[in-house]
Structure formats: structure tokens, C-alpha cells
Design a protein around this ligand. Structure first.
Ligand SMILES: C[S@@+](CC[C@H](N)C(=O)[O-])C[C@H]1O[C@@H](n2cnc3c(N)ncnc32)[C@H](O)[C@@H]1O
Length: 205
């Protein structure tokens, strides 16, 4: 029997590393440099959360550290959101395009770092989200500053999910100490995979 080269979760088609189109991109030189070589599980924690806390239809969503972009694509599919992704690594973007294509969805994207997202840039979005994006100490600081800028920019909500690596826990504590309307939600999933972690939720309005 041929090896399974894709899976389905939360209504999305997700390609495995052995899928011919994924292998083709790799052969063409799209080799991720900052851990964006696959789809990571913390996105599922936010997808599950959003089932009970849906986003407004047509909300403008920014997925940061988007990698293959499946969290953003979920929002496009489920809530008809207008979704944009940014990632520091240009090599992940073709995988996002591929997943948009195989799911019949639209998501724009560009190469940008957390630090490059100015107040004026962020003011184009209602919600910012990211999963598995806080794994080095410097990221906790960059993301805290980004959350502060999002408040100034009028972004309504920021959602960041993580399996609780120490930099994420530091970020969550700093937000709880210094910002109002912060929630840190523990999540455990059995399906579509065993996944656990926390979602940092910052409500600006
Ligand atoms: C562990 S992967 C997670 C990817 C995706 N969010 C997921 O859940 O599958 C981390 C992603 O963050 C990106 N990244 C790392 N540092 C970044 C930065 N300073 N600004 C923007 N993106 C960054 C990486 O290139 C990578 O795609």
C-alpha cells in the first residue's frame, strides 16, 4: 500500500513531508531555515478554541510566524476571514501557497519579521495570531513589544499558542503582570493528535 501523504484535520487538507508536491518544493530549493519545515501542532489548540469562540465573519486576520499558514487558512475557511501571513523565512511561503491551493482558499503572505511590524502596519488587522513562535528568549521580548504595538494599532485580540516552552511562559507571565485583559488558557487535545499547551489571549478592546 502506498504511504499516506496527506491528512485531514479541522476541515483542512494538510500535506505530509512525503507528498510529491512538498518534495518538489524542497527539490526546488524551498528549505525552511527557522523550524518552518512542517506544520506544528499548537495551531490545533487555537483552531479548537475558535470553534467555541468564533471570529467575526470577514475579520482581518494576521498570522505571524505563519510557516505553512494552516492556522490562517482555517480562519479563511471557517469564518471567511481576510487573512495575511508573515514569516521571517521566505522559504516557508511556497508551502503556504501550496496549502492555499489544495484547500481552495485565499491567503496573502510576505516575508517580514516580528520586529518589522509597525503600529501603522498592524492597524490593518483586527486579530493577530501565531502558533509555536516563541521558542528563543529574544522572541519573548520581540513578541511582548509586538503585542504592545498591536494595542496602539487598535488590534482587538492577540492569540499565541505554544506547548509551554520557557520563553513562551516568560512572555505569558510578562503579559499577565503588565497588561490588562490577559487570559492564559490551558488546552489538551486528543484529536486530531495528542496536543497540549497554552493559549495566551490578549484582548485590547
Ligand atoms: C516552529 S515554526 C511554526 C510555524 C507555524 N506557525 C506552525 O504552527 O506550523 C516557527 C515559524 O516562525 C518563523 N519565525 C521565526 N522567527 C521569526 C521572526 N522573528 N519573525 C517572523 N517569523 C519568525 C519561522 O520561520 C517559522 O516558520
Amino acid at each position: 500500500m502506498p504511504a499516506k501523504n496527506h491528512r485531514r484535520a479541522f476541515g483542512l487538507n494538510i500535506l505530509n513531508a512525503n507528498h510529491p508536491r512538498v518534495r518538489q518544493l524542497k527539490r526546488e530549493g524551498a528549505v525552511a531555515e527557522i523550524h518552518g519545515n512542517k506544520f506544528w501542532n499548537s495551531s490545533y489548540l487555537i483552531m479548537d478554541y475558535l470553534k467555541k469562540h468564533p471570529l467575526p465573519k470577514r475579520a482581518r486576520v494576521l498570522e505571524i510566524g505563519c510557516g505553512w499558514g494552516l492556522l490562517g487558512l482555517y480562519c479563511a475557511k471557517r469564518f471567511d476571514n481576510r487573512v495575511h501571513g508573515i514569516d521571517a523565512d521566505k522559504n516557508v511561503l511556497p508551502y503556504l501557497d501550496l496549502h492555499a491551493e489544495v484547500n481552495g482558499l485565499k491567503m496573502t503572505r510576505e516575508k517580514k519579521t516580528f520586529k518589522q511590524l509597525t503600529v501603522s502596519y498592524l492597524s490593518s488587522f483586527d486579530v493577530i495570531m501565531g502558533a509555536d513562535i516563541c521558542f528563543w528568549d529574544q522572541m519573548a521580548d520581540e513578541l511582548f513589544k509586538l503585542i504592545k504595538r498591536s494595542e496602539k494599532a487598535g488590534v482587538r485580540q492577540v492569540l499565541i499558542a505554544d506547548p509551554c516552552r520557557p520563553p513562551f511562559s516568560a512572555l505569558a507571565s510578562r503579559c499577565q503582570d503588565r497588561l490588562s485583559k490577559v487570559e492564559v488558557l490551558e488546552k489538551f487535545l486528543k484529536r486530531p493528535v495528542n496536543a497540549s499547551g497554552e493559549i495566551l489571549i490578549v484582548n485590547n478592546k
